[in-house]
Structures are given as C-alpha cells and as structure tokens.
Design a protein around this ligand. Sequence first.
Ligand SMILES: [Zn+2]
Length: 326
Amino acid sequence: MPQEIMKNIYCISITLPNSPLRNLNSYLIKGEERNILIDTGYNHPECREGLLNGLNELEIDMAKTDILLTHLHADHTGLAPEIAVPGTRVFISRAEIPWMFGTSRKELWALDNIKLARSGFDMELINNSLRNASSRNMASNPEFDKYLPIDDGDEFKCGGYTLKALVTPGHTPAHMCFWLEEQKTMITGDHVLFDISPNITLWNFVEDSLGDYLKSLKAIDSYDVRLALPSHRGTGDFHERIAELLAHHEKRLEECYEAILNNPDSSVYEIAGKMTWKIRCSSWEDFPINQKWFAVGECHSHIRHLEMLGKVKANEDEKIIRFRAV
Ligand SMILES: [Zn+2]
C-alpha cells in the first residue's frame, strides 16, 4: 500500500529480494497532467509486482508519467524499461547514460573485472560471484536506449512541486538528489541513507570517488533540509546524519592507513582483509564472495583517497597493484 508522505507525494516500498538493503523507496508524485516516478526496483518479478501494485492502487497511467532515476544502480533502474510505455520519458544523470545499455555497459563491466583482478581478487572467484551479482543479472534491459539526460540544476515541475536536480557524485559517478526548495524536502537517493552507510566504491574513469562523495555530502549540508526522503529504509535528521557519515569515513580512512602502514606492499584485497567489517564472520576467508566484492571496492575508494592526500603510494608495475605508506 503506497504511503502518502505529503499531498500528491507517495512512497511505494518495494521489497528487494536477497538484499541487505531490504527495500527500495520508490517515490510517486501525482500531477494534474503528468506524474513523476522516482526509481523503480530491480528487474525481477517480485519487484515488478510490488511496483505495479503500487502504481495500480494510485491509478497511474504510465503514458502520462516520467521516470527520474537517481543513479545507475540496478535496484533503482532495473524496471524502468519494463514499465515505460510510449509517452513515458526516462531521465538519468547525463554522465551515467553509458552505464545503462548496449556495448558501452558491457565494456564498463569488463573494465570492472580487470580492476578487481588488479586489486588481488582471484579471477575465478570474480567470475563465479559476478554470475550471481544482482547488480548485473537484475539490471535493466540492455536493449532499451531511450534515456534522456539530466544536468545539474534542471527543474521538473509536477503536482504543485518543483524538483531541482542536484548532481552529487560519489556513490556513483553522477548521482542525483532532487531538492524541493519550498517544502525544504530532499529526495536523497543513495547519497544519504539513515540505517546503513552508502557503499562508496572506486569507479573507473573517476579519480577519487570517496573524495567526490565527501565533497557532495558537504555541499548538500548547506541546504535547509527539514525532511529527507532516502531510497532505502527510514529517514532521520539530515544534518546529523551527514555529520555521522563524514566522521565514519574519517575513521575508516585512519583504519585503512594503519592497515597499509602495518602491512606494506599489500594488495587492496589483502588490505580489505585487515579492516573491520560489520558482518558476522570469523575470518576474511569466510566472507561470502559478494560481501568481499563490496568490501574490496569500499577499501579501494579509501586507499585512493589516501593516495590523493599523499599518504600512501601505489606500485603498479606488477599484475596486482600494491600499496605502502609514504
Ligand atoms: Zn545505489
């Protein structure tokens, strides 16, 4: 049952199968002539049923609905091509369009595999885990190519509201938040989550994803946000949460630096194994492979930020990249 958050704005909670995120909050804004739907859920029958039930209950005509995607991740974008009909416009941040379809997506995924191998991940393990990775096998239909670009500052009007797009890179290369200035409400996507800290990995073609993320967090902290609408689970105090997230990464950077200092010439994979993770596992070896994949990505973004700060140095001469403290 969609929940009305404010007049004409509804939250459809979509269950995400086998995901620690648990649910996706899809937001629907009902307008006089056209509606806006923000994010969709995985390309998976259970998500599709949840989304379609919500849209039916709200009597939404998809021909009169535009879909805004906060970012490229499959739990947000997976169903957009499935539910779009002639008349639906599908928007996503301009720089994220190459991740969405066709050969450009395939090439980007292949580059991710190379990066994992250079991180010290066993290639066979990578291939096994990627076969089951929800980010890939529940992703949107690669044939759909009718994405329209969103740029920073673009405005969308619907149901008496104006949504201003704010590019907030970090979690993904060009993640978008949507700001409703009059209502002092921000749709935060995965940029600010309250019950979990957003995963920050190191993206190809991005120099310093964590640096971007910290900068984007500080940038939106200057908005007078009274209500945050995140993409997963519940909400909370926006500014307090930003302070917590900044402190969290500061602590993780220290921990990562210590791990490199005490284990010179280690790979990203080995450094990740020396850090602490919120997972019930007796050892790094026992981590489920998909959790290792997240941990290595998260660790890599922190190492890169330390490199940018001049605190660690990479040796890229061998097949596997190794790091030491400067
Ligand atoms: Zn995400």
